[in-house]
Design a binder for this molecule. Sequence first.
Ligand code: ADP
Ligand code: MG
Length: 278
Amino acid sequence: MITASKTVSVQSEPARTQIEVRGVDKVFATGGHDVVALQGIDLTIRKGEFVCLLGPSGCGKSTLLNAVAGFQPPSRGVILVDGQPVLIPGPDRGMVFQEYALFPWMTVAENIGFGLQIKRMSQTEIRERVETLLVKLHLQDFRNRYPKDLSGGMRQRVAIARVLALDSPILLMDEPFGALDALTRRTLQDELLRIWEEVGKTVLFVTHSIEESIYLADRVVVMTYRPGTIKRDVRVEMPRPRDGASAEFNRLKRDLAQLVMEEQQRFSQDEIRSVTAD
Ligand code: ADP
Ligand code: MG
């Protein structure tokens, strides 16, 4: 795809590197054998970029995201955020999980403000910030509800608002919309894009949905299955909102489906092997 320097002339300054993954391996020792979850991962993400990690189950997407988050150190290699090695989780990286990890005993507003209480921000400031986020994520009418009274989509909105409250420059999202129905998913994708464009965060978003990756990302990074490596790094140039029915969208969908299918097949063969070995 010949698309280089298309936007460079209109940018006042070239976006700087924010996340750099260099030569990262991750090996898990389980039940007497090693699982090479990641091998030789090199990935550079610029400030403000929206990057999707795409691949079938088991190809190391979460492992890579967790390493960037600082939850699981790599076995080899280094991860830099703003030039500093990642050693532990930090306030510069906010994580949104597939399972909306909300506190059931707190209301929506309390959940959103929780991280700010920990930071010992003033009560006035917390109220203001929570209020802004309630509006931004269309949660105003639910501020005093508890998570158990909310739909999956609403709960995920609260989880996103809670991470946005911390104002981390980097959002790490692990299949955040995976459990939602198609309509709710699209609404939240649009809201995420709107917020991303508004506040200019860097987003690293894990998904196994090809369509979701094309709809959202500036770049789709396709991973291989065991060992997890980077198979292809594809730039998506279509203007947003992207039309899933357009020829360009569908051409890219076909290309990515081919790449993902090859890995899916390796995953299936692995499963068959493990079953017949028992
Ligand atoms: P994905 O998110 O792409 O589905 P994961 O990153 O969760 O993949 O897993 C990649 C590989 O590493 C899988 O084969 C998985 O079984 C293995 N794995 C992940 N976490 C652990 C762990 N804590 N211990 C052992 N193996 C793990
Ligand atoms: Mg995963």
